[in-house]
Design a binder for this molecule. Structure first.
Ligand code: G3H
Ligand code: 13P
Ligand code: ZN
Length: 359
């Protein structure tokens, strides 16, 4: 099956009331494990590559890897999405390399460290959206800066993340501004800030409403009922994976992620795309450490990778099932990028925006 666009997939998810995990991918083993999980439960897939992933694997390798995964899984609709694009060049070069969707993250300036002005964010997101829609690709924008309501800090994830102390106004997306942002940029999906941050160290305790503001999501969804919302920093940092890593020579301080049941509440309030990277990293690393610890004479990388892939597959399968994506793959009829471009050009995809205006 040819790759489909994010807009097509999230429109389906909205009409059926489910959410789709978006898993980050950097290498073949992650791809194989995610697709094995999708096959096992008949779920559509969003694979996303960060700028770091693109420089790690290379655009050509990523493109061919994803094409191979698609050919191996002809019944599974797949989206290839640019995670946290920082400028026009990143987004447009991704589309040129076969991505069907891009995130233009204008919540931060191009350096991915400095919180951007609202006007900058609107301008760059609208510009990228015009260019992407012309060729049928989808765009995710972001309004609000990811970071901790406990510390006011973003935490650094491989060079990306706001520096300095952030106010609650910056850390929580403003619902009225969100309406204005979607109307002006015409983005297909909106990433919001609600107290989550990237990486493993999100919360110092199991989060409650003080530090994970599901209320912000509810208020945005009330004003933008037809806009697909995206939760970033949505790894759950499972205790079992922390224990697995620490029991096998790791030294991760106790930490807390976003409980899966909170994500389920989010899905009931319009969240359609749920970004997960850290959990996938922890699943693989936990098993790699376990083999290294228990089989000290082992040197065949495949003996490390097979249990790592199995752990990742189990994690992905759980998220597909919990988010309601399981069983949906076979119900999606692919729409080509050309056809999506025609629909954007004819205004056929605009009623969503009109409906939001009326809401
Ligand atoms: O956006 C954050 C993701 O976890 C990607 O991380 O830049 O290290 O690939 P990365
Ligand atoms: P986690 O670090 O919580 O997995 O978040 C990943 C993410 O938001 C990628 O954009
Ligand atoms: Zn993110």
């Amino acid at each position: 099956m040819a790759l489909i666009t994010l807009r097509q997939l999230l429109d389906h998810a909205a009409s059926e009331g489910y959410g789709v995990p978006a898993f980050n991918i950097n290498n073949m083993e992650q791809g194989l494990a995610i697709m094995a999980a999708a096959r096992a439960c008949d779920a559509p897939v969003i694979l996303q590559a960060s700028r770091g992933a693109r420089s790690y694997a290379g655009d050509i390798m990523l493109r061919h890897m994803v094409e191979a995964l698609s050919e191996m899984n002809p019944d599974i609709p797949m989206v290839l999405h640019q995670d946290h694009g920082n400028n026009d060049a990143t987004c447009l070069s991704a589309i040129r390399h076969g991505f069907t969707s891009v995130m233009m993250d204008g919540s931060l300036e191009e350096d991915m460290k400095t919180p951007a002005s609202y006007d900058y964010n609107v301008e760059i997101t609208a510009r990228v959206t015009r260019a992407a829609h012309a060729v049928g690709a989808s765009v995710e924008g972001e309004l609000g800066v990811l970071g901790s309501l406990e510390t006011g800090e973003a935490g650094e994830e491989d060079g990306s993340g706001a520096v300095g102390k952030l106010s609650h106004d910056q850390l929580l997306t403003d619902p009225d501004q969100a309406v204005d942002f979607v109307l002006k940029t015409r983005c297909d999906a909106l990433a919001i800030a609600c107290g989550t941050s990237h990486g493993a160290y999100k919360f110092s305790r199991k989060p409650d409403g003080e530090i994970l503001s599901m209320e912000t999501i509810r208020r945005i969804n009330e004003k933008l009922p037809n806009t697909h919302l995206v939760m970033h920093g949505s790894s759950s940092v499972p205790q079992a994976l922390q224990d697995l890593i620490n029991a096998n020579g790791g030294d991760m301080p106790q930490t807390y992620g976003v409980p899966v049941e909170e994500i389920e509440r989010g899905i009931a309030m319009g969240v359609r795309k749920v970004n997960i990277d850290t959990d996938c990293r922890m699943a693989m690393t936990g098993q790699l450490r376990k083999v290294a610890q228990e089989k000290r004479a082992e040197f065949d990388p495949r003996k490390f990778m097979i249990p790592a892939m199995e752990e990742l597959e189990a994690l992905c399968r759980d998220r597909f099932e919990r988010f309601g994506a399981a069983g949906q793959a076979g119900r999606i009829k692919p729409v080509s990028m050309d056809e999506m471009a025609r629909r954007y050009a004819s205004g056929a995809l605009d009623p969503q925006i009109a409906a939001n205006k009326a809401a």
